[in-house]
Ligand binder design. Structure first.
Ligand SMILES: [Zn+2]
Length: 339
């Protein structure tokens, strides 16, 4: 390992370790990450959003300080923070976050810089995951990547020419609400026909429930009785892995929807890699085979050249490693507020 103190002596030009935060609705994770993408210290705290914004930010700052202390990082080492909502990385404001009730127009960058005394860079969590996969994961060595994160919701991020696509207010890459079917099913965003309404955990559960209600035989009622809880994406995946035809058909539908969307994103961005992340990738070929088939049907001539559609390589750490990239890029630009 490189000596960590070189980053302290010369933060603008020789950063070799930075600090990263992935703030989720349930956990805040902090890490010290080398420029090569190796996590050398980790800390985690419950988000406990009910305690209020200041308490959450105090816990985030505490986790960062502990991660820094664990590997002896100095006070100037920068921090990148991935946030679960609409973030403007230029003015450092979180506009809105569905899992952080009451957080509206919060100047998170200033509030964290005040607590930490370190330069802080912000980004959306799925944009950060795109950065992480591009620099350290499924897109390593490429310059053009589309990341689609499919879990309870669907989001994404786009790297074009080696840069994260931000748009006017940092909101670009909202791939989950790309409309793939006019008059399609209702989406949680209040519109219809979005990718999320076809392929998210809740959409998969909805489709499975609809077939059960229609009397299609399935293992799902027994699995539900055995395990308790609700019908959800992971349970449908489990049933499909046990060769339940209803579950296999539902996952195939989600895969085809992703394939159609991936074709559109390929036409718009001409990427080298489309990386799919989130809980849904546990379904493996049950999702990816129909995805690849639908993609191949839809792609215009030439767009399949040098295109790979692959599962995320970083899994749960994509956002955290992408937050490290935010810190590194911020330091390289020398535009940190305090840098
Ligand atoms: Zn939507």
């Amino acid at each position: 390992m490189e000596p960590p103190d070189s980053a302290i002596r010369n933060p603008q030009s020789a950063i070799d370790t930075v600090l990263a935060v992935d703030l989720g609705g349930t956990h805040a994770r902090a890490a010290a990450v080398t420029a090569a993408g190796r996590i050398v210290a980790r800390r985690q705290a419950p988000t406990a959003a009910d305690a209020g914004r200041d308490a959450v930010l105090d816990r985030v700052a505490g986790a960062v300080t502990e991660a820094a202390g664990a590997v002896g990082l100095g006070p100037d080492v920068p921090v990148g923070v991935a946030l679960p909502g609409a973030v403007d990385p230029v003015n450092g404001v979180l506009y809105f976050a569905p899992n952080l009730p009451g957080w509206r127009d919060v100047p998170v960058r200033d509030l964290l810089e005040g607590r930490l005394g370190r330069p802080v860079a912000l980004g959306n969590d799925l944009n950060a995951a795109a950065l992480g996969e591009w620099r350290y994961g499924a897109g390593r060595g490429t310059r053009h990547l589309v990341f689609i994160g499919v879990g309870t919701g669907v989001g994404g991020g786009v790297i074009v020419d080696g840069r994260l696509l931000l748009g006017r207010h940092g909101l670009a890459g909202e791939l989950g609400h790309a409309v793939i079917a006019l008059d399609g099913p209702p989406c949680h965003c209040g519109r219809r026909g979005c990718l999320e309404a076809h392929t998210s955990g809740w959409a998969i559960a909805r489709d499975a429930q609809r077939l059960l209600d229609a009397g299609v035989p399935s293992l799902l009622p027994d699995l539900l009785a055995e395990r308790g809880g609700e019908l959800d994406g992971p349970l449908v995946t489990l049933a499909a892995q046990r060769e339940d035809e209803l579950a296999i058909e539902v996952l195939a539908g989600a895969g085809r929807a992703l394939g159609h969307a991936a074709a559109s994103f390929a036409h718009i961005f001409n990427p080298e890699v489309i990386a799919i992340g989130g809980g849904v990738i546990a379904a493996g070929p049950l999702l990816f085979d129909p995805l690849q088939e639908a993609l191949a049907e839809r792609l215009l001539n030439g767009f399949d050249r040098d295109l790979r559609v692959v599962p995320s390589a970083l899994g749960q750490d994509a956002g955290l490693l992408g937050a490290a990239v935010l810190a590194l890029e911020n330091a390289e630009r020398g535009t940190g507020n305090m840098g």
